[in-house]
Design a protein around this ligand. Structure first.
Ligand code: PLP
Length: 374
């Protein structure tokens, strides 16, 4: 079996190599694996604060925002990043417009409702992107608009720049879920006018799960400081996070070793170059599709512009045993993911984020599939 870069390291530790091609988590970047082995330091150590400042600067570069924008790592997964946005920026009775064309958009709507918002939902048929015209129709009176950039459940890329342009003139804040896009797809927080963005460390950056990198605009901070009611979430409170990340005072014990690993993974991404990574995922997606089309796979998302490059959603060939084939792949040390909810049994979702978007692991998959489907 071909080796992923970090498999070499893993086998040294006695583990069996594994080809992880799910839409997250992704194989951990070898630099991040090494960084995890660093001796532990305290969360208030000057070296950790210096590292945090580098992480903050690198996150600004990744999100496309100015040197004074607040960035931080939340100690939790992407869902904590999502929840923190609603907890900090929504007050009971606010109107929140959520673009929900898949599972993660629906999760946003659920969280906004739990934060006490009156939720308006803009939707689209499964496998299609949100139509900005539908957002325009429902925008009046909304205090916040929320949209998932890459809807992992269906492999759809939503038109965030067009939606942002509408929101900019409306007075509403804009929250974007960049969990499957940040670090691998173009993202311009300032140019687009995004007020709050988050991702998950385990996706396009190939760091271990457990951190949600966020960026918060000045406008979002103004809204936060003007709250009439306290933020119900103490843990993800923007003020508390600023205490630690800006003023270097204790808020909670950050997972220092995950910060080491995240720093290394993000540096590796920036050293490779964001545009190079965007080309890499595009080329990998095209090559994989060209190899799988003769076996009967077809694109699930009909509109090419709405296809999310980092999650290749493929309709299964007639008669293919979805669960059985994936189990036999897993027996050979290869993990891929099927559909979610209404797309279960209908599609496969192949992860092309971070270190998964490399030829070697996909060659393993092709060889195994050729044998299994013969
Ligand atoms: N948003 C999107 C688009 C996702 O794909 C995911 C996870 O797959 C999440 C949010 C939630 O992230 P996590 O599972 O890290 O909490």
């Amino acid at each position: 079996m071909a080796m992923l870069p970090n498999d070499v390291f893993q086998t040294e530790l006695g583990h069996v190599a594994h080809t992880l091609l799910t839409p997250g988590p992704t194989p951990i970047h070898p630099d991040a694996v090494r960084a995890l082995m660093r001796p532990m330091l305290g969360h208030m150590d000057r070296e950790v604060f210096a590292l945090n400042r580098e992480i903050q600067a690198d996150l600004r570069q990744m999100y496309g925002t100015a040197p004074d924008t607040f960035t931080a790592l939340l100690a939790g997964t992407g869902s904590l990043g999502m929840e923190a946005g609603f907890a900090n920026l929504v007050e009971p009775g606010d109107t929140v417009l959520v673009c929900a064309n898949g599972s993660f958009g629906r999760r946003m709507a659920e969280m906004a409702a739990r934060a006490g918002a009156q939720v308006r939902v803009v939707t689209a048929p499964l496998g299609e992107a949100i139509d900005p015209a539908d957002v325009a129709d429902q925008l009046d009176g909304a205090q916040l608009v929320a949209v998932v950039h890459g809807e992992t459940s269906t492999g759809v890329l939503n038109p965030v720049p067009q939606i942002a342009e509408l929101v900019r003139g409306s007075g509403a804040l804009l929250t974007v879920d960049a969990v499957t896009t940040a670090g691998m797809e173009p993202f311009s927080m300032d140019a687009w006018g995004v007020d709050y963005v988050y991702t998950g460390a385990q996706k396009c950056l190939s760091a271990p799960p457990g951190l949600a990198p966020v960026a918060v605009s000045e406008r979002a901070f103004e809204r936060f400081f003007a709250r009439r009611t306290p933020n119900p979430s103490w843990y993800s409170d923007f003020g508390g996070l600023r205490d630690y990340w800006v003023h270097q005072t204790y808020h909670h014990t950050v997972p220092v070793n995950l910060h080491f690993a995240f720093h290394a993974a993000l540096r590796a991404a920036l050293n490779e170059g964001l545009e190079t990574r965007q080309r890499r995922v595009q080329q990998m997606g095209e090559a994989i599709f060209a190899a799988l089309a003769p076996l009967g796979f077809s694109h699930y998302v009909p509109q090419p512009a709405a296809r999310l490059p980092t999650v290749l959603a493929l309709r299964l060939p007639e008669g293919l045993d979805d669960a059985g084939t994936r189990t036999r792949l897993r027996d050979r040390g290869i993990s891929i993911t099927g559909g979610l909810g209404p797309t279960a049994g209908l599609i496969w979702r192949l992860g092309l984020m971070g270190e998964a978007a490399r030829p070697e692991p996909y060659r393993d998959l092709m060889v195994a599939l050729q044998e299994l489907l013969d």
